[in-house]
Design a binder for this molecule. Structure first.
Ligand code: NAD
Length: 325
């Protein structure tokens, strides 16, 4: 049976691929197709070990290309869709690609999936589609009030995915996860950016007053949640995936400074991000109650291991950081 993983060469998709391969026999997948356009954030080295597995085939191509999507989803049982433009700051300076990839690309993939009789389609989304919340947590039926070009393009893709379920009966599940951290995250995102800056003795840019709150989840826990939804999620349903570790950006920065043996003199306050959401908080009781999801990686232990990974894998991040600057 075939499963297609889009965006498999990115941060989360590559980890998901490894975890799916560990369970592929049990799930009945012996044909695992990795589709990725290898944009700046998609790295072939992220899937090097997966490519050594005889069940795996890599396809270099875009989800916006009908020939590509029709080819990969032909005879597929399932699609797990991670491919996206994913960095909020980039969406503020160049929104168009976000709508092309995230909205039109997702629609193209959905179209190929429904024409080819795909039986399970997991659309991986983000809690950022809900906007910002002062207190309490969002449930899955909360209004979508996205504020950035990134989150609005993801919201558009969520709605397209759900419409393909209602209109065509495609068996779509949508997941909305909080902020992920872990190995192989592109060094433009806050945790790898700060750790690698500190390693080089550079200051870390902290937006505004540093009091924006994010809920952090280890990438392994996100992937566990997506696997549960792939296996047992109900068609047409949305599942929030959260971690329960809410921190202000300042708190997070202080922890990273301590783990890197530095102090607050390394913080450089910078002008706030345009439209910066103040607080994200998802209520993930639905996936817990229905599918038995429970995060397994404690934040302190996960963060320390992540910092250590960037220390040990300089050859992975340094070329990316040099090219991006
Ligand atoms: P990433 O930027 O590391 O990876 C994205 C991958 O998609 C890359 O490999 C890239 O080459 C590929 N890609 C981009 N455009 C493509 C196209 N047109 N065709 C095929 N492949 C294309 O991002 P990530 O952090 O791994 O995020 C993966 C997914 O998870 C995204 O959909 C994102 O919205 C969602 N998500 C991320 C987080 C987070 O904290 N990182 C949280 C919640 C949800």
């Amino acid at each position: 049976m075939r499963v297609v993983i889009t965006g498999a060469a990115g941060f989360i998709g590559s980890r998901f691929t490894e975890m799916l391969l560990e369970q592929a026999d049990r799930l009945g997948y012996d044909d695992v197709v990795l589709l990725d356009a290898l944009t700046y954030s998609g790295r072939r080295e992220n899937i090097e070990s997966a490519l050594g597995d005889s069940r795996v085939r890599f396809v270099l191509g875009s989800i916006t290309d009908a020939d590509v999507t029709n080819d990969v989803v032909a005879n597929a049982h399932a699609v797990v869709h991670f491919a996206a433009e994913s960095h909020v700051d980039r969406s503020i300076t160049g929104a168009r690609t976000f709508f092309e990839t995230n909205v039109l690309g997702t629609q193209q993939l959905l179209e190929s999936a429904r024409r080819n009789g795909v039986e399970r389609f997991v659309h991986v989304s983000t809690d950022e589609v809900y906007g910002s919340i002062e207190s309490g947590s969002w449930r899955e039926d909360h209004l979508l009030e996205p504020n950035s070009p990134y989150s609005s393009s993801k919201a558009g893709s969520d709605l397209a995915a759900l419409a393909y379920h209602r209109t065509y009966g495609l068996s779509v599940m949508v997941t909305r996860c909080s902020n992920n951290y872990g190995p192989r995250q592109f060094p433009e995102k806050v945790i790898p950016l700060f750790v690698t800056n500190l390693k080089d003795g550079h200051k870390v840019p902290l937006y505004g007053d540093g009091l924006n709150v994010r809920d952090w989840l280890h990438v392994d826990d996100h992937c566990r949640g997506v696997l549960l939804v792939l296996e047992s999620g109900r068609a047409g349903e949305i599942y929030n995936i959260g971690g329960g570790t809410e921190l202000t950006n300042r708190d997070l920065t202080d922890r990273l400074l301590a783990l890197c043996g530095r102090d607050a003199s390394m913080i450089e306050p910078v002008i706030d991000r345009l439209g910066h959401d103040r607080r994200y908080s998802v209520d993930w009781s639905k996936i817990k109650d229905e599918l038995g999801y429970e995060p397994q990686v404690g934040f302190d232990e996960g963060l320390a291991a992540t910092v250590q990974w960037y220390r040990d894998n300089e050859e992975w991040w340094r070329p990316l950081k040099e090219r991006a600057s």
